[in-house]
Design a protein. Structure first.
Length: 172
């Protein structure tokens, strides 16, 4: 759900109207090519993501992570994106994001700046958990949120790239 505010009227009659815009769920993800001939070069197939209405979702709304795919091994590409930001409890933001069953967990970062300078990070353990709450936020401030998944193998942790940032204003 995305909240949009629009100024209506002028002078003493001016006020803001809030409208809700639904964020569609991902229905399908297709790759431009599903197989390649091994040639030691990294492959990054184009990705098309469509919502439940069949409309193409802009690439700025999700992140595609490509692993080191140059050694002829089979790789799987995963997309993790922030799907919903909700402010239903005072100074709290509920963040919902896509699921990656092969991940060990997720890392969420949030900031008052769109370039994520000074961002705070939360680590969510477990691939099944697809939402988290951020508390102690400042009312009437715009927050930018992005997510990435991580996989721990032995003592080494591998991270995907950060998703595109979504933003919302904390109203309550």
């Amino acid at each position: 759900m995305k909240i949009i505010s629009k100024k209506v009227g002028t002078g003493d009659d001016a006020h803001y109207e809030l409208t809700e815009e639904k964020i569609a769920k991902i229905k399908s993800v297709t790759l431009a090519a599903t197989s390649y001939t091994y040639d030691t070069k990294a492959k990054k197939p184009a990705v098309t993501v469509k919502d439940s209405a069949g409309k193409v979702i802009a690439a700025s709304n999700y992140t595609v992570t490509y692993t080191n795919n140059t050694n002829g091994t089979k790789y799987t590409y995963r997309i993790v994106a922030v799907t919903k930001l909700a402010n239903s409890v005072s100074k709290t933001l509920k963040i919902t994001y896509g699921k990656n069953a092969k991940a060990t967990g997720y890392e969420i970062r949030y900031s008052l700046k769109s370039n994520m300078t000074g961002a705070k990070t939360i680590k969510v353990k477990g691939a099944a958990k697809v939402s988290a709450n951020v508390t102690k936020l400042v009312k009437n401030k715009r927050y930018y949120v992005s997510v990435r998944c991580y996989k721990t193998v032995g003592k080494v942790t591998y991270y995907s790239t950060w998703s595109a940032a979504k933003n919302t204003v904390v109203k309550k």
